[in-house]
Every structure is written in structure tokens, then in C-alpha cells.
Design a protein around this ligand. Structure first.
Ligand code: ADP
Ligand code: MG
Length: 187
């Protein structure tokens, strides 16, 4: 990607839960290659913002643009395609599928895209290697450590080569050593 091109813009974003306004007129842009951290106390709206950007939750007003594509008039189907193709999401509590192996968790987004089983497996193995998971690919998530589970979650978020990776407190459940490793991987 060329440097200096806005990969994500958020304009005049508002989101309320009933009478409570969680996001009030949020504006920012992220350039290609940038790593941005959003800081704020518990309850300040960080998760809501990421959920709205990723399409996990609906915005009330405003506009999100990713790679020049506005989400303004997206149908449900277009939101699903956008989530699967443009966004990689890493959750604080990993959100792995418990009864799928590591490799099956990582290849899942590709299978949802309709990529062939062999190509999905190949790409998933590549990401597992990148994240130091080669020796754990056939284990179930509850048979590996928290730090390893978070690396599986990152491999799964990266496997589709998304334009934007959104990570919601990705080190929140980890000790400081594993937190450092995860931040290095994301960088
Ligand atoms: P953070 O991630 O910064 O801790 P959140 O985005 O989770 O904050 O929450 C922001 C505010 O919105 C909080 O006051 C929270 O109680 C409220 N909130 C979040 N999700 C919901 C929901 N589904 N229904 C009602 N209120 C919510
Ligand atoms: Mg949160």
C-alpha cells in the first residue's frame, strides 16, 4: 500500500444506547501503515467505537470509510463481506471456537470467503508459522496457554490480509511478558 493514503476515516460518528450517548461526534483518520492506540477509562466507549467500525454494532449517524469505500449505504450482506474481507478483529478474550483446533480456527475466515480447503489450510499454516504456533496447530484452544490463544486470535485476524486490524485490549488478559510479545507481533 502506498504511504500517506488514508486507510480508515471516521466522520461525525454518533452512537447511543437508549438515552445514553456512548460516542459523540468522533472524527479521526488512520493512514496506511500507522499503528494507533485509543486510550480512555473503562466505560469511555473504546469497545463501542471498534464494534461500530467493524460492523459488529450499528452507528446512529456519521460515516466510516475504509480504503476509499464508504459504509454509508451498506446492506447487511455488504457489511458481512466488509467484515470478512477488510477487517481483522482481535478480541480481549480471544473468542476462539472451543471445539475447533488451532489450525481450524485460523482457516475459518478463509473458508467463509469461499477459498478452497487446500488453499485455506496453506495460508493458515503460514500465519501459524509467523506467530510461532507450528507445534500447536492440531491442539484445541483449551490445551494451550492464554498467550498462545491470543496469538491464534491474531493469526485468524491476519489470515485474510485485512486492510485494517482492530484489536480491543488484545493484551488485557495476559501477563506483561506475553503482552509484550503480542504487541511486537501486532507491530
Ligand atoms: P470501554 O470499552 O471504553 O470500556 P464501552 O464501549 O464498552 O467502553 O462502553 C461505553 C459505554 O456504553 C458504557 O457506559 C457502557 O455501559 C455503555 N454500553 C456499551 N454497550 C452497551 C449496550 N449494548 N447497551 C447499553 N449500554 C452499553
Ligand atoms: Mg472495552
Amino acid at each position: 500500500m502506498s504511504k500517506g493514503k488514508s486507510v480508515l476515516t471516521v466522520k461525525n460518528l454518533n452512537k447511543s444506547f437508549g438515552n445514553f450517548q456512548a460516542l459523540k461526534d468522533i472524527n479521526f483518520r488512520v493512514e496506511s501503515g500507522e499503528l494507533v492506540a485509543i486510550l480512555g477509562e473503562s466505560g469511555s466507549g473504546k469497545s463501542t467505537l471498534l464494534n461500530v467500525i467493524s460492523g459488529l454494532d450499528e452507528l446512529d449517524s456519521g460515516e466510516i470509510t475504509i480504503n476509499g469505500i464508504s459504509t454509508r449505504d451498506f446492506s447487511h450482506k455488504e457489511w458481512a463481506i466488509y467484515r470478512n474481507h477488510y477487517i481483522g478483529f482481535v478480541f480481549q478474550e480471544y473468542n476462539l471456537v472451543d471445539d475447533l483446533s488451532v489450525i481450524e480456527n485460523v482457516e475459518l475466515p478463509l473458508l467463509l470467503q469461499g477459498v478452497s480447503a487446500s488453499e485455506a489450510r496453506e495460508k493458515a499454516l503460514e500465519k501459524c508459522k509467523l506467530l510461532g504456533l507450528t507445534n500447536h496447530t492440531h491442539k484445541l484452544p483449551n490445551r494451550i496457554s492464554g498467550g498462545q490463544q491470543q496469538r491464534v486470535a491474531i493469526a485468524r485476524a491476519l489470515v485474510t490480509d485485512p486492510k485494517v486490524i482492530l484489536a480491543d485490549e488484545p493484551t488485557g488478559a495476559l501477563d506483561s511478558e506475553n503482552a509484550r510479545i503480542i504487541l511486537d507481533v501486532l507491530k
